[in-house]
Design a protein around this ligand. Structure first.
Ligand code: C2E
Ligand code: CA
Ligand code: CA
Ligand code: CA
Length: 279
């Protein structure tokens, strides 16, 4: 307990106070963060489940801040969404990814497709399809090297804009991946109304892999269901060899998780590609 201006603040108040300042800081510095390159994509490997070879990466935002240090999405995404500023961060990530892909192509380094996270608000706050398409045109990145990740919750909100945007992405040649599949309530309807190229099975299904035998049955059923409706699957959050083996046996084609690699800066992910670390 500290004495300040004659008022006693409890520790709780001080915590709240610090949090408030950090929130304000994020909101006030988003433009500067974009301009000065504090926001960067980290890349997490995605592998084929049969060969364990690298087949892609997911771009995950990190904010490396001069004052607060290394910030993860949990520290800034909810705040930026609340203040309707999330599109600024997303555009910065999209552009950095296009730049990274371009420089790999120019230097002859190996590279793989990258999936990009879209907030549901991106579709309200900007013309997300045009923004992405202009960036891939500017950097001359092949469209099949960019995958669009949307979450179920995005689709339940503004059905019309979303449906149109999904159709435009597909017409332009971008694949659409449904993120966090199974984490919401509308999962099955969403499959009826949209065509997704890949379903990303939410990592919560793996959380009780060892303890609850039903979780294996559920994962297998989701993979089978996806096959029936002509969609491919990826399971997120794979942390053990047993999980990877099971997922390969039931026919989930792609895997992502700490077993294969954490999100890394572009140079470090390259080292893995060069040494075949992911295979
Ligand atoms: P997400 O899209 O579902 O991304 C997967 C999250 O799981 C990432 O957390 C990743 O680091 C983490 N993860 C990956 N493998 C494992 C594992 O084996 N075990 C565990 N426990 N976790 C694993 P991260 O990077 O903190 O991102 C959190 C969320 O923030 C993302 O969830 C996504 O919804 C959002 N996000 C991240 N980057 C962006 C971005 O550029 N734009 C937008 N709009 N959202 C983003
Ligand atoms: Ca994602
Ligand atoms: Ca996810
Ligand atoms: Ca390197």
């Amino acid at each position: 307990i500290r004495h300040k201006y004659g008022i006693y603040y409890s520790e709780y108040d001080e915590e709240t106070h610090k949090k408030y300042h950090k929130r304000q800081y994020i909101v006030n510095h988003i433009d500067q963060a974009v301009q000065e390159g504090w926001i960067r994509p980290y890349y997490q490997p995605v592998v084929w489940s049969d060969t364990k070879e690298l087949c892609g990466c997911e771009a995950l935002a990190r904010w490396i801040d001069p004052k607060y240090g290394f910030l993860s999405p949990g520290d800034f995404i909810p705040i930026l969404e609340e203040h309707r500023l999330i599109h600024k961060l997303d555009v910065a990530i999209f552009e950095s990814v296009c730049k990274d892909l371009r420089s790999h192509m120019d230097s002859g380094k190996p590279f793989v497709p990258v999936s990009l996270n879209f907030s549901r608000l991106d579709f309200e706050l900007m013309d997300a399809v045009t923004v992405l398409n202009d960036l891939v045109t500017k950097y001359n990145v092949p469209r099949d090297y960019i995958h669009v990740e949307v979450t179920e919750s995005a689709l339940t909100d503004n059905m019309d804009i979303l449906k149109q945007s999904m159709d435009r992405f597909h017409e332009l040649g971008f694949a659409i991946w449904l993120d966090d599949f199974g984490s919401g309530y509308s999962s099955l309807n969403v499959l009826k109304d949209y065509r997704f190229d890949v379903l990303k099975i939410d990592m919560k299904f793996l959380s009780s892999f060892d303890t609850n035998p039903k979780s294996k049955d559920i994962i297998k059923s989701v993979v089978d269901l996806a096959k029936k409706v002509g969609m491919k699957t990826l399971t997120e959050g794979v942390e053990t060899k047993e999980q990877a083996e099971f997922l390969n046996v039931v026919g989930c084609g792609r895997l992502q998780g700490y077993l294969f690699g954490k999100p890394l800066p572009v140079a470090d992910i390259d080292d893995g590609i060069e040494t075949g670390k992911y295979t």
